[in-house]
Write a protein that binds this ligand. Structure first.
Ligand SMILES: Nc1ncnc2c1ncn2[C@@H]1O[C@H](COP(=O)(O)OP(=O)(O)OP(=O)(O)O)[C@@H](O)[C@H]1O
Length: 373
């Protein structure tokens, strides 16, 4: 018997059929599909190209107001305590890495924050950014545009914040961060996504039969204000919305370096490309907080280098990142702060070097993973 509620099925974006926890479903016994029809890229384009020169190094920005404040999070499954009084505070615009051996509780933490698990105790306060529907995800959803330095007090530049979720759909010309936080715990996965939190999964979950472009479109449409019914109406604002969705989807594919694969079924892409596509789909929901669950799992050395660069570019657009990762070198390259867990407890928090040198952390890893230089 468990004293937590059963997991709520479904991530922030719709899951592929049978996609829970597995890799991409490959159609069996089916004749070869005709090549997917990829709509022409609309123009003019919204976007911008990734620019490595805008990528700040971890820790290069002054500490800012928090985006996430978790206190006393406790999750139990019957006699097993998966999370034991876990607390953390993440400044806005930073990368916080969660490390720990298998079974430490890292994914359980993500599942609590995103509405999949219902913890027994604790709180998780999140300061949303008002996001104006579909559009370029780079700004203003990301709180701090790449070219704008945060104010001395850490405030994102922009107008007065609105804590209410209802106000999130209104147009804004500048980042607009809530003064008061909202409680994440107890919200459904869909509501958490609407607040501006997106995630990827340890086991890739893409729509394998859909093209790369359509996978991203699924994420972008989470923000669309035109519902499925009205989408068929030949109204000007419906056409504008459809165009904005297409533009944002192309922009994201380009951002993750997959624009030339837009028309390919997701299942046909190499593993590293699938991971990037999953990140693009998550970014399509225009999150201000992105949760990445072991994004480097199974990646080659070259893909890991690309991932370090991509995470830096996402961070440079003002998106805060909560990262679960076993590759301590990757963590050291991207994270401002590291939180180490074992057996559901936080055992250390600090810079990558501080945590790597912490005796409790070294013991938890039996002196192997974290001492690798
Ligand atoms: N739905 C569930 N039902 C029962 N036990 C669960 C459930 N989810 C997680 N657990 C247990 O909670 C503990 C923490 O699991 P979790 O997946 O959060 O660890 P983790 O640190 O993410 O591990 P890994 O690095 O292997 O993914 C484990 O003992 C796991 O078996």
């Amino acid at each position: 018997m468990t004293d937590s509620e059963p997991p709520v099925p479904g991530p922030a974006v719709p899951e592929p059929p049978g996609g829970s926890g597995g890799s991409i479903p490959v159609p069996r016994g089916r004749a070869a599909l005709p090549p997917p029809v990829v709509p022409a890229r609309p123009g003019p384009r919204v976007g911008w190209a990734p620019d490595a020169t805008t990528v700040p190094s971890p820790g290069s920005q002054p500490p800012s107001r928090p985006i996430l404040d978790v206190a006393g999070l406790t999750l139990r499954f019957g006699g097993l305590t998966s999370l034991d009084d876990v607390s953390l505070r993440q400044p806005r615009g930073t990368v916080l890495a969660v490390i720990g051996p298998n079974g430490a509780g890292k994914t359980s933490l993500f599942n609590c924050l995103t509405g999949t698990y219902k913890p027994r105790r604790g709180s998780a306060h999140f300061w949303p950014t008002r996001v104006p529907g579909v559009g370029s995800w780079a700004s203003p959803a990301g709180a701090v545009p790449a070219c704008a330095a945060p104010a001395a007090n850490g405030e994102a530049p922009g107008g007065p914040p609105r804590p209410d979720e209802a106000g999130m759909g209104r147009a804004a010309t500048a980042p607009d961060v809530a003064r008061k936080p909202v409680e994440l715990l107890g919200r459904s996965a869909h509501r958490v996504a609407r607040l501006g939190i997106a995630r990827t999964f340890q086991n890739i979950r893409l729509f394998g039969d859909l093209t790369a472009l359509d996978n991203v479109r699924v994420g972008v449409e989470v923000r669309a204000r035109v519902g499925a019914g009205r989408a068929l109406l030949p109204l000007p604002f419906v056409r504008r919305e459809a165009r904005a969705v297409a533009e944002a989807s192309w922009e994201l594919l380009e951002f993750v370096g997959l624009a030339d694969r837009a028309g390919q079924p997701a299942a046909s892409l190499p593993y590293g490309a699938q991971r990037r596509l999953e990140i693009a789909r998550a970014l399509g929901t225009r999150p201000s907080l992105l949760l990445l669950d072991e994004p480097a799992a199974g990646a080659t050395a070259a893909e890991r280098r690309d991932l370090v660069e991509l995470i830096g570019q996402i961070r440079a657009r003002g998106v805060s990142i909560l990262l679960i990762e076993h590759d301590i070198r990757l963590v050291a390259a991207v994270a401002d702060t590291v939180l180490a867990m074992t057996f559901g407890k936080v055992i250390a928090t600090g810079t990558p070097d501080e945590v790597r040198a912490n005796p409790a952390v070294v013991e938890a890893y039996l002196g192997t993973a974290v001492t690798a230089s």
